[in-house]
Design a protein around this ligand. Sequence first.
Ligand code: SF4
Ligand code: SF4
Ligand code: SF4
Ligand code: FES
Length: 545
Amino acid sequence: MAKLTIDNRPIEVPPGATVLEAARALGIEIPTLCHLDGFEHSTSCFVCVVKVKGKPGLVPSCATVATDGMEIESESAEVRDARKMALELLLSDHLGDCIGPCHAVCPAHMNIPLMIRQIAAGRLRDAVVTVKEHIPLPSVLGRICPAPCEKGCRRGQHDAPLSICLLKRIVGDADLAAPEPWLPERKPSTGRRVAIVGAGPAGLSAAWYLLRDGHAVTLFDDHAKPGGMLQYAVPEEKLPRAALDAEIALITRLGAEVRLGKRVECIAELRGDSDAVLIAAGELRPGDAARLGLPASKTGVEADRETLATPVRGVFAAGGAIRPQKMAVRSVADGRAAAASIAAFLSAPSVVGGVSTRRESSRDGDVPPTVSVTRHDFSTHIGKLREGEMPVFLAEATDSPRVEPASGAAAGFTEGEARREALRCLHCDCRKPGACRLRRWSAALDASPSRFKAERRNFVQHRQHGLILYEPGKCIRCGLCIQVCARAKEELGLTFIGRGFDVVVGVPFERSIAEGLRKAARDCAAACPTGALALREGEDPSPPR
Ligand code: SF4
Ligand code: SF4
Ligand code: SF4
Ligand code: FES
């Protein structure tokens, strides 16, 4: 047995075990990409490096045998920086969009390509689950949103962007028309109460997500009806109140208590009955913040931009109450972010709340550590396409022009029109965003895809195989798929082609991916640490470590 320490924790491992295996035995997770248990290590990625005390430099833990007396550091700044740099080098010539360009620019960060695939497959009930993960008012926003996502839609570079807003609207409308509109399952009650001042888009959105998480929610609004600016500032012909009222009714059916005609003079009134307070009262007039008992900024209530916590412990602010909002979708996004912050505060009040990430001390006196609870997903971006690359994207989309609703935009799509429009989508997002370890570790280590810039590869997709798709621009040349093919005794399999920096993985003799992978396609997709080899329908069924 070899006795060693990792981060000062002693461990004994059998002779021949690697440092990576010893770390795993201690429950220490070390990132890996090119390593797969049971396969030869290629030691090509270097994201698994650790420091051996007394030795110069760093070593790859996946290929370093643990020996008696070793003292390993796996979490020092030096190790972290080296892993991050290894990832950034891999990202420097990586060509893919983890999330679709539309998804990246949607202020609510909705998974638009997934919604579109569900519409194309006629699965509107699944689509509403996708939509309401980020937008609890799709029928409303589907009528009034200026659709910044459509400006980011790649199809717009070819003919016209997808009609994303109308697609979202039909998902919401079909749900409202269903005998039992969809409601998320609520988590068991936490016994915590949240008071929300303002039943406009930010407050309603926060209520939905807090209720879903098992908190009790009371919305206070000084108007006679809920909805805020949606109710009182948008013309009826643009937003029929029936749609607004029906979507609000779902939030109350989920459990929200709404107290109307109730002007909250000061948050002190609410704090006795509530564990947290959210100010979502829309744009405030001068003096309103002070009247409520909150510090003011130039644009509204003072709140941290990330956590949305005000300097008063347990009080948060969202939407127009912090700064004027031009788009309701931003308020909806803010409401969801505030709900996440409040949920974090309610589960660990010493960690979030009453403090800004940029402030040294809270006004309540103590100095809790801070966390970021509103981090957006990591994504690499292809950016502008080169000549000849659009046809690659268009290969599986219909070439129909943008579908216009036959009964006019105000009537929206029929289900058939929606399906036809959905089939225009280029499916720009990666097929393995959840299983890709390059993405996972890049997000965890805050790696920047643009720190190093290597020569951009051309966007290519090998789509001759019925089960899998191969995108060489996402290949990190780890060779795992080559080993999988060899083990499966593939006749052709995959191999390294070319030399040095120009090496690529491909089928020998310029044969197709379908000919190369007759037996091992699924296993290759499972072994590939990135989205380079992925199932055509998306995600890997059994992602290995
Ligand atoms: S392979 Fe990974 S890093 Fe690359 S686009 Fe797909 S999810 Fe993102
Ligand atoms: S083509 Fe589809 S996936 Fe691509 S940006 Fe447009 S809506 Fe999103
Ligand atoms: S395609 Fe093969 S060589 Fe490239 S990243 Fe995937 S498993 Fe590694
Ligand atoms: S070098 Fe160890 S996982 Fe890649």
